[in-house]
Design a protein around this ligand. Sequence first.
Ligand SMILES: [Zn+2]
Length: 242
Amino acid sequence: MQSHDEIEEQKNSIYLCAPVNALVEGIFEENIHLAEVLRHGDFGLGTFDDLDGEMLILDGHCYQINSAGKVTEVDGQVLTPFASVTFYKPENFYEINKETPFDDFLKQLNSFMPSPNLFYAVRIEGEFSHIKARSVPKQANYHPLTDIVNEQIVFDFDNICGTVAGFFTPEFMSSLSVHGLHLHFLSEDLQHGGHILGCVPRKVKIGVQTINRLELTLPMTKDYMGCDFHRDINRDLDKVEK
Ligand SMILES: [Zn+2]
């Protein structure tokens, strides 16, 4: 007989522990334990309470990349206001074997996804000529997310091996998750990483998983329940995440 976990795993869903619009409105503390997030997936990305760095989850291990660029593996006790995960089971694989500028790379990735109206998990592993990534310094709650762009720390890595984990989200779901491709990087030696602003792959393998089911938890915090979400957050989100 299958365990409850195995049945959940087979549902092939993306799980969001909160909608991203709360983050955009400056609610940086939802106090969701990472352990709860990891019950819903072993692969994904997100951030931490108080926006304390970038999160990347690979094979059930969660890494925090802080604004000093330091990578730490964290346990289930850490807290997050936003994370998105799935149980990674790619159905299609691709390879890129020549240096490919970022715009061309994005076009290729998009061509691996048959419709912009579904979710996709994407895992990219191999050698990159260049990675431009960022992390953010810890923030006070209620600080508008768009201001944080001015405080982000950008890292440039040349000739680096590592793994990119990310998701594609349909544009019409932009209040729930970052729409389009959202990618985070971790180097093979677990020393570097961040939210990807640009990259030039040289020799990489790409796995793509199509996902047609969404599981979303709405926070029950006072901040979230009292927040006014009428504002269109799309422009803010583009400024911060693209
Ligand atoms: Zn990110």
